[in-house]
Design a protein around this ligand. Sequence first.
Ligand SMILES: NC(=O)c1ccc[n+]([C@@H]2O[C@H](COP(=O)([O-])OP(=O)(O)OC[C@H]3O[C@@H](n4cnc5c(N)ncnc54)[C@H](OP(=O)(O)O)[C@@H]3O)[C@@H](O)[C@H]2O)c1
Length: 240
Amino acid sequence: MTYSLKDKAVLLVGGGSDIAAALAADLLEEGARVTLAGRDLEKTAIAAKAVGDTVEATALDLADEGSIQAAAGRFADGIDHLVSVAAARANGPIGSLERGALLAAFDAKVVGPILLAEHFAPLIAESGSLLFFSGLAAWRPAPGGVVMATTNGSVSTLAAALAVELAPTRVNVIAPGVITTSAWDTTVPDKQQLFRRVAASVPARRVGEPSDVSAAALAVLANPFITGETLHVDGGGRWA
Ligand SMILES: NC(=O)c1ccc[n+]([C@@H]2O[C@H](COP(=O)([O-])OP(=O)(O)OC[C@H]3O[C@@H](n4cnc5c(N)ncnc54)[C@H](OP(=O)(O)O)[C@@H]3O)[C@@H](O)[C@H]2O)c1
């Protein structure tokens, strides 16, 4: 059986990220109708046009329920799939963590997705789905990564719980390993060194590309028998 995303309406939250850009481009190729959502509308509109002229942009801040509700109001005719790739980082030793950064991290990966489900689930088509993003940090916690581990682990549990509650709407998660996105430009002192170290250790013997993650996301969005699942796209990084 061939599953198709042609003509499906897909809203992608965290639209300014490299993984969102790769997924939006692949969705366009599949014939989907794509809207990018981000907290800065002007930046999001530029990201949308960089993917394609038909890609729309809308404002949505996962830390602001009013903005989530307002965005849902703009999709009153319904959508097929809602994807959130958003993340806000609060890295560092436990003694250094600040409450504001902690809350932003939970807003992006846990509270925001719960509010997305609350406001958007009634708008999702019967064959549609919600797709959230976790990450390897939940399965391979590292010192200084307590918040990342906890938020990423939580979103997987959230998806399973929502899949049961919102059935037959499907709810899934993609958990990337180390992917070559610009997020690493500001989070590690030398990203090329990190990429070399990771590539040497993971079974796939390379780091991931945004296109690896996008291909997995397309499969999960399109397959009507996958729900409550976390799909790991980590080159086997959990086992290395
Ligand atoms: N890259 C990797 O190696 C890797 C590894 C494991 C997991 N992941 C996961 O994969 C996903 C995408 O990764 P990436 O590297 O492409 O992401 P990224 O560059 O870190 O981008 C994250 C996006 O989230 C948005 N965001 C943050 N807080 C938000 C909020 N309150 N409301 C709306 N949007 C918000 C940011 O928007 P602004 O532009 O407004 O800041 C940004 O566009 C993330 O969930 C990440 O945790 C990535």
